[in-house]
Design a protein around this ligand. Structure first.
Ligand SMILES: Nc1nc2c(c(=O)[nH]1)N[C@H]1C(S)=C(S)[C@@H](COP(=O)(O)O)O[C@H]1N2
Ligand SMILES: [Mo]
Length: 259
């Protein structure tokens, strides 16, 4: 990936900075004269344009992430973070082809669910070819298949009081199991999937077998692998250290990692 991903907040701060800088100039000279100077007009309109672009990006949260074609698929979809969860429990699941794997859907739902992989594959499926962007500076294009999270949440009868969805994973990194979360806009987004296939094949272990989240309007670390639980909550306060994700709680990764 060649593009640098700027956190949205920084973009807005930059746009704001340009406007502020231009706004400061009239103090030095006559207001009209200076704001009519072509260079200043350009800076002012650039600032406005950037502000508009940032706001549009923030507000148009339902817009689809770009989808690609088979020809665009990365030859190898690399793996990052955990590549093989440690421990006998996961090894046992690998040995049995994940026949006993369950994804628990709990929290603010009227019908808690315990989904097997067969249940997940029996639901209506969506396939999408999208680009994964990791904050570490690489990206890859892959084709993902699985049910939309919105369908799973509807089946569980998610309550109106749910404001966030928490994702629980089977892999431990150091002191804790990996976890992530998102708000209801991303949870109900049509491209947010419980993906069990990559490029038409059963999901490789390195990419989160047997099922991982695809949350296409967000950066890589939000795409929880090795999913064991989906929990609807009203607040993130009781989750980890309260910032909503494994990395958010440990280093400065932003909870809202929208792209
Ligand atoms: N459970 C779990 N999910 C995870 C991670 C992880 O280490 N454990 N790493 C995250 C990061 S930083 C990225 S970029 C993607 C990598 O997905 P991939 O291994 O399929 O490339 O998974 C994300 N989800
Ligand atoms: Mo990442």
């Amino acid at each position: 990936m060649s593009g640098i991903i700027l956190p949205r907040r920084k973009l807005i701060a930059r746009a704001g900075g340009l406007v502020a800088a231009a706004g400061a100039l009239p103090i030095l000279a006559g207001c009209d004269a200076i704001s009519e100077a072509p260079a200043v007009r350009k800076i002012l309109s650039m600032g406005e344009e950037m502000n508009r672009a940032s706001q549009r990006a923030l507000m148009d949260r339902d817009a689809l992430a770009r989808e690609f074609t088979q020809a665009d698929l990365s030859p190898v979809f690399r793996s990052n973070g955990t590549k093989l969860p440690e421990g006998e429990a996961y090894a046992g699941h690998v040995a049995t082809g994940f026949a006993n794997w369950r994804v628990q859907v709990t929290g603010l739902v009227t019908r808690p669910l315990s989904l097997s992989m067969a249940d997940i594959r029996a639901m209506p499926q969506r396939t999408q070819i999208t680009r994964h962007d990791c904050v570490e500076g690489w990206s890859a294009i892959g084709g993902w298949t699985g049910p939309q999270l919105s369908r799973v949440l509807a089946a569980a009868g998610v309550r109106d009081s749910a404001r966030f969805i928490v994702f629980r994973c089977a892999d431990r990194i150091g002191d804790a199991l990996y976890y992530e979360s998102c708000d209801m806009v991303d949870a109900l987004h049509p491209q947010t999937l419980l993906a069990w296939a990559l490029n038409g094949e059963v999901l490789p272990i390195a990419n989160g077998a047997p099922v991982r989240l695809r949350i296409e309007r967000q950066l890589g670390y939000k795409h929880a692998k090795y999913l064991t639980g989906i929990e609807a909550v009203a607040s993130l306060d009781g989750i980890g250290a309260g910032k909503g994700g494994f990395w958010e709680d440990r280093i400065d990764y932003e909870w809202y990692a929208g792209i």
